[in-house]
Design a protein around this ligand. Structure first.
Ligand SMILES: *Cc1c(COP(=O)(O)O)cnc(C)c1O
Length: 441
C-alpha cells in the first residue's frame, strides 16, 4: 500500500508546520498559560481537521486556539446567583480581594516560618494565630488545621484517643455534611462516646451522672443544619463549665463574634465567655475565609489544651499550607469578607440592583422582571434563617443555559422561573451577570 501524497495544488500542502504554528503570538501565549504539551496536542488536532478537509489550512492556528481553556486548572469561576451564601458545591466562602492578594504574596517563597530579623526558624502561622486572638475576645491561644472536621478529630485524638470518654448529649449525635457524623468521627479517633440524655431533651443531671475519672471532656456540638422544636431541652455551656471536666464547643460556622441577624448561631467569643475551654470551627463558613479548621483556647486551661493538641503527633498530618495561613489572616484581620458583606447587605439596595438589571435585560427584549426573594446562609449553617433578598426572574429554561454559559451562572428554579438572587453576588458582578444572560438569550 502507498500513502497518497497531496498533489502540488492540494490545499493540504498549505497546512502550516507545527513549529510555525507554535510561533504564532496567540499560541505562544497559550504555551505560557497551559504548557507546551497541551498546546501541541491542540495544534495536532487542528492540523488533522485541516487534512480531513473540515477546516481550511489558513484556519488551523485559530482552530487550535479556540479549543484551549483559559487557565491551566479545570476549576472555573461560577457566578453564585442561587441565594445561598455558603454553597458547599461552589466552594463555600468566596475570598475577599485582600485574601486573594495575600495568596499571591504567599505563593512564592515567603517567610511563613522564618524570622527575617534573626535568620532563625520562625513560628509558622504566627500572623493568622495573632489575628484570631485579636478578633476573638478571651481567646488565649489558637491553632489552625485543614478543616473543621480535622480540628475536632485532633482534639478527640489528643485528649481522649487513649480510650477516655467524651460526654455528649444524644441530641447532638448528628450528621452535619456528607460523611461527617459526630459519633463516627469521635469513635474513629479511639475515644469512647458517652452519650447522655435523649434525642430531644438532655439535662444537667444527665451530664453530672456520666462525668467521672474516665471523662476526657464534655463536647457541645452545634447541630448546624437542622432545628428541633417542641418539647426540647439542651444544657448551655455555662452550666456544663461548672461540672469540672474541660468543655469543648464545636460551633461549626466560624462566626467569631455574635451577629444580630443570626441570634441562634453560636460564636467563638460567646462560647469562650460562657466557659468553653476549647472552641473548634470552620474557616470557610461564616468567617468567610479559606477552608481551615480553627482551634481556639479560652482561659489558662484552654490555652494549655491548645498547646497539648498542637503538639500531638497527628497535628503534623493536619497542618495547613502557607496559602491557607495567608488567606485566613487576611480574612480575619483585613476588610470585611464577601460573606460578611452579603450577610449585612441592605435589602433595599438589593431590590434597586435587581430593578436595574431587569430593566437592562428587558431593554434587550428579554423576559426579565425584578422580584422579592428569600436567601439563606447554607453551608450547613443557620438553618431556618431567612434573609430578605431580591432577584431577577427569567423564564425557567434560562437555568440550564446559564449553567452551561461562560462564565457559568448558578440560579435557583422556583415557581416555574429561573431566579437570579443577588444576596450572594457582589455588585461588581452585576455587569458580568447581565452579559451572561444576554449571551444565552
Ligand atoms: C461544618 C461543621 C463541621 C465540619 O467542618 P468542615 O470545615 O466542613 O470540616 C464540624 N462541626 C460543625 C458543627 C459544623 O457545622
Amino acid at each position: 500500500m502507498t500513502t497518497a501524497r497531496p498533489s502540488p495544488t492540494d490545499p493540504r500542502r498549505r497546512i502550516p508546520r507545527t513549529d510555525a504554528l507554535l510561533a504564532e503570538p496567540e499560541l505562544v501565549a497559550a504555551v505560557a498559560r497551559l504548557g507546551r504539551d497541551r498546546v501541541k496536542r491542540a495544534v495536532a488536532a487542528a492540523q488533522q481537521r485541516a487534512r480531513d478537509g473540515v477546516i481550511a489550512p489558513e484556519a488551523v492556528a485559530a482552530d487550535a486556539v479556540t479549543g484551549l481553556p483559559a487557565t491551566a486548572t479545570g476549576i472555573r469561576p461560577v457566578l453564585n446567583a442561587s441565594g445561598v451564601l455558603l454553597h458547599t458545591n461552589l466552594g463555600r466562602a468566596p475570598l475577599s480581594a485582600a485574601a486573594v492578594t495575600a495568596l499571591g504574596a504567599a505563593a512564592g517563597t515567603c517567610d511563613v516560618e522564618l524570622d527575617l530579623a534573626t535568620g532563625q526558624r520562625g513560628t509558622r502561622g504566627a500572623g493568622a494565630v495573632a489575628a484570631l486572638r485579636d478578633a476573638v475576645p478571651g481567646a488565649g491561644a489558637a491553632w489552625i488545621a485543614n478543616n473543621g472536621a480535622a480540628a475536632l478529630a485532633l482534639v478527640c485524638a489528643a485528649l481522649a484517643g487513649s480510650g477516655r470518654e467524651i460526654v455528649i448529649s444524644r441530641g447532638q449525635l448528628v450528621e452535619i455534611g456528607d460523611g461527617f457524623r459526630i459519633p463516627e468521627l469521635i469513635e474513629s479517633t479511639g475515644a469512647r462516646l458517652r452519650p447522655v440524655g435523649t434525642t430531644n431533651r438532655t439535662h444537667l443531671r444527665d451530664y453530672a451522672a456520666a462525668v467521672g475519672p474516665d471523662t476526657a471532656f464534655v463536647l457541645v456540638a452545634h447541630p448546624s443544619n437542622f432545628v428541633v422544636s417542641g418539647f426540647v431541652a439542651e444544657v448551655g455551656i455555662a452550666e456544663l463549665a461548672g461540672l469540672g471536666p474541660p468543655v469543648v464547643a464545636d460551633i461549626g460556622s466560624g462566626l467569631l463574634t455574635a451577629h444580630p441577624l443570626l441570634p441562634d448561631e453560636p460564636d467563638a467569643a460567646g462560647a469562650i465567655a460562657a466557659g468553653a475551654d476549647l472552641v473548634t470551627a470552620s474557616g470557610d463558613k461564616l468567617l468567610g475565609g479559606p477552608q481551615a479548621g480553627l482551634l481556639l483556647g479560652g482561659g489558662e486551661r484552654g490555652t494549655a489544651l491548645v498547646d497539648r493538641v498542637r503538639r500531638f503527633p497527628l497535628a503534623r498530618a493536619m497542618r495547613v499550607d502557607k496559602l491557607t495561613l495567608a488567606a485566613l489572616e487576611a480574612s480575619v484581620a483585613g476588610p470585611p469578607t464577601p460573606v460578611r458583606t452579603f450577610l449585612d447587605a441592605d435589602p433595599a439596595a438589593l431590590r434597586a440592583r435587581a430593578g436595574t438589571i431587569a430593566e437592562r435585560l428587558a431593554g434587550d427584549g428579554i423576559d426579565a422582571v425584578a422580584v422579592d426573594s428569600v436567601a439563606g446562609v447554607g453551608g450547613g449553617g443557620a438553618p431556618g434563617v431567612d434573609l430578605a433578598s431580591a432577584a431577577v426572574a427569567l423564564p425557567e429554561r434560562y437555568a440550564v443555559a446559564l449553567r452551561a454559559g461562560d462564565p457559568p451562572v448558578l440560579g435557583r428554579v422556583a415557581d416555574g422561573h429561573c431566579l437570579l438572587d443577588l444576596r450572594a453576588l457582589a455588585p461588581a458582578d452585576d455587569d458580568v451577570l447581565v452579559r451572561a444572560v444576554r449571551a444565552v438569550a
